[in-house]
Design a protein. Structure first.
Length: 704
């Protein structure tokens, strides 16, 4: 099930906080208006109650006045009656006098009652006047509250007008504020750089490579949004074909590959029971507090995650091979892949006309920007490790479209059968780019079968279609002329002033007569300044030497940890050049390769795997670690036949001055092609219709 994550970032002149403040102010004003209206209503109610009370008191006062007047009338009547009885009796007169006095007293009392009633009526009238004044004041408050409510509504309407009137947009623009889409969600690209702190990703973790065999494994979410990049609609949706994918400003689709730790040949690996010493398991970088903790548990940090002297959180890698996008080398689906040859989408068709040779790929990559370079051999090896860990952990095609239950063709597929299809899977097909049987970039169908993780979010075309030029490994070599070879055990060669040391690997070609020596790599033992022997080679049955021959020896170099891959240039004379003694001395360090030298198994054309032998070293440092970081085998890890566990991928061993490493092979390579496949026989100034590149960068650094 897809997990969708949306956020509301703040950017530009107007922000989400501004809109929220407008809304809050409107709500507060409306709330105040409602309170004021309620208070006005209470005052009005009190005034009406006071008016009612005053009316009731006035009525009582009137009743009391009527009672007093009635008492006065009664007193007068009694006085008249007393006069009529005056003559009847003195006692009656006296009594009548008393009645008269009483009547006067009552009349006086009635007057007092009338006066009191009048006072109460006046007081009630005053209270009624005061209540009426309060009512008028409350009405004023109510009118003010209604005015405030109207202003609040106007503010809300203004906010709505802002959203609907053109100052808000769905996607980030200078001077704009975010506009929610039809689902009420705001585009992730409004987010600032501090992704980890400002978004809630639910089950998806930032910069997490995932677990082998699982959904989304092998890609991840970049810990911050680098300059020039935007997230795609599905970047944060686990299960989306765009998960972990980003788009650069030129339109290139790139994939974020988070740093991780890998453990090889360990008995605790989940796949050890089946794959033994070739088992591979990975863990996200956050699994361990420190690199030392990871190494203590048997995990190594792939060399791809060290650049410029620091451990980096990951790298961006093109999803598709580069094609010409209006003069820029871009990673765009269904493009015509660039090549280093004039006859097939050449490099020199890009802005600045980079050279149509392998060294020209560096300038070609930088047409996108200074931070970009042809992906390194380190990066290729890290993708191949992820590929194999995923192959070993998968149990169905649910999260790995190229998975094979029989573990025979359990590897990524591609364009490699010279007929726009795959040698091992007839269901895979490609769209031609118009040249021979080369496919358009990312045109494989089903697409997920052609990615490193068997999912739509992965990196395409690691198996065939076009060789890719890769940085990070080269060789400084020299060639001497052979002037003699003995039919002895071991064979002894005469080479004037050979300058070798015992144990060096050497390559022999073009020998006349003793042709059994040709096109192989040997280990040399020095006899003297002009003579050496070939270890383990019995020449007693060989054809006699007649003439000529070349012996090539050299030292392999890999990029120093302190070097930034983006700093390499494409020549052979500058201190920044990837090739030549000057650049090698400034930017690289020696590394010994484990070439196969045991005769007669020491030919050039070999494959990854040799029976049950371990292929990659589990070392956490030293040359063994470097070789694993370069995706190169340990001693005993290659053979003529190879193994299906490594896809029978080709390993063409060679010693070449100004070596330029190629990987993956091409549309016509058949089973030689694959994520591990690497020929070591090409050089900087070579040019080929079959050779292009994918770009990469390290856009996020701890030191940035």
């Amino acid at each position: 099930m897809a997990i969708t994550v949306k956020v509301s970032p703040l950017t530009s002149q107007a922000s989400v906080d501004d809109l929220i403040n407008i809304r809050n102010a409107a709500q507060s004003a409306a709330s105040g208006a409602a309170g004021s209206a309620n208070t006005a209503g209470q005052h009005q109610s009190a005034a009406e109650q006071a008016r009612t009370t005053a009316t009731e008191q006035a009525a009582i006062a009137g009743q009391q006045k009527q009672a007093a007047e009635q008492a006065a009338t009664t007193a007068g009547e009694r006085a008249t009656l007393a006069g009529q009885h005056k003559d009847a009796s003195a006692q009656s007169a006296q009594l009548s006098g008393e009645y008269a006095a009483n009547a006067q007293a009552r009349e006086a009392t009635a007057g007092q009652h009338a006066s009191f009633a009048q006072d109460q009526a006046s007081a009630a009238a005053l209270k009624a006047t005061e209540s009426a004044s309060h009512a008028a004041e409350s009405l004023t408050h109510r009118n003010a509250a209604e005015d405030e409510a109207a202003k609040a509504k106007q503010s809300a309407d203004t906010a709505a007008a802002i959203v609907t009137g053109g100052t808000a947009t769905l996607t980030p623009e200078p001077g704009k504020i975010p506009l929610a889409d039809s689902e009420g969600k705001i585009d992730i690209n409004w987010l600032g750089k501090d992704t980890a702190a400002r978004i809630m990703l639910g089950a998806v973790r930032v910069n997490d490579i995932g677990q082998p065999g699982s959904l989304g494994y092998g890609v991840g979410i970049c810990p911050e949004l680098p300059a020039g990049y935007t997230a795609m609609p599905g970047t944060f949706t686990l299960g989306s074909d765009e998960y972990g994918n980003y788009q650069y400003s030129d339109g290139s689709v790139m994939v974020w590959v988070p740093a991780y730790y890998a453990r090889i040949a360990h008995a605790d690996n989940p796949s050890y029971g089946v794959h033994g010493v070739n088992s591979i398991h990975t863990e996200p970088l956050h699994k361990f507090a420190t690199r030392a903790d990871a190494e203590a548990a048997g995990y190594l940090l792939p060399r791809a995650f060290i650049d410029g002297g620091e451990v980096v959180p990951g790298f961006m890698h093109d999803k598709y091979r580069c094609s010409n996008n209006g003069g820029t080398a871009s990673s765009i689906k269904n493009g015509n892949p660039l090549s280093s040859h004039a006859d097939h989408s050449p490099f020199n068709g890009l802005t600045g006309a980079p050279a149509n040779n392998y060294g020209g790929a560096i300038a070609a990559a930088k047409t996108r920007g200074a931070q970009f370079f042809p992906n390194s051999r380190f990066m290729r090896a890290s993708l191949a490790l992820l590929h194999d860990a995923h192959a070993q952990a998968s149990t169905s095609t649910s999260h790995n479209a190229w998975w094979d239950v029989n573990n025979v063709t359990n590897f990524v597929k591609g364009c490699n059968n010279n007929a726009l299809g795959d040698t091992n899977d007839g269901s895979v097909s490609y769209v031609s780019d118009g040249y021979s049987n080369c496919g358009k970039t990312g045109s494989g169908t089903p697409f997920a079968k052609t990615t490193h993780n068997g999912q739509g979010c992965g990196i395409a075309d690691l198996n065939g279609n076009m060789y890719t030029i890769e940085l990070g490994l080269t060789c400084v070599a020299s060639t001497k002329t052979v002037t003699g070879a003995t039919q002895a055990n071991p064979v002894a060669l005469t080479i004037t002033g050979h300058g070798l040391t015992t144990g060096e690997p050497v390559m022999i070609t073009s020998v006349g007569g003793m042709t059994q020596l040709n096109d192989k790599i040997y280990t040399a033992t020095v006899v003297d300044a002009n003579t050496l022997t070939l270890d383990g080679v019995d020449g007693t049955g060989f054809t006699a030497y007649t003439s000529g021959g070349s012996l090539t020896s050299g030292t392999f170099y890999t990029a120093a940890e302190s070097t930034r891959m983006e700093d390499f240039t494409g020549g052979n004379s500058l201190a920044t050049d990837h090739w030549g003694a000057t650049g090698v001395a400034a930017m690289m360090q020696p590394v010994g390769l484990k070439l196969r030298t045991d005769y007669p198994n020491n030919g050039f054309s070999l494959r990854y795997g040799d029976g049950a032998n371990q292929v990659l070293s589990e070392a956490i440092s030293g040359d063994d670690w470097l070789r694993t970081g370069l995706g190169l085998p340990m001693a005993g890890g290659i053979s003529a036949g190879g193994t299906s566990r490594f896809g029978n991928d080709y390993h063409h061993q060679y010693i070449r001055n100004e070596l330029c490493v190629l990987s993956g092979y091409s549309w016509s390579s058949g089973s030689n092609a694959g994520p591990w496949g690497v020929p070591l026989s090409n050089y900087r100034t070579s040019s080929s219709l079959y050779v292009g590149f994918a770009a990469a960068s390290y856009p996020v650094r701890p030191s940035a």
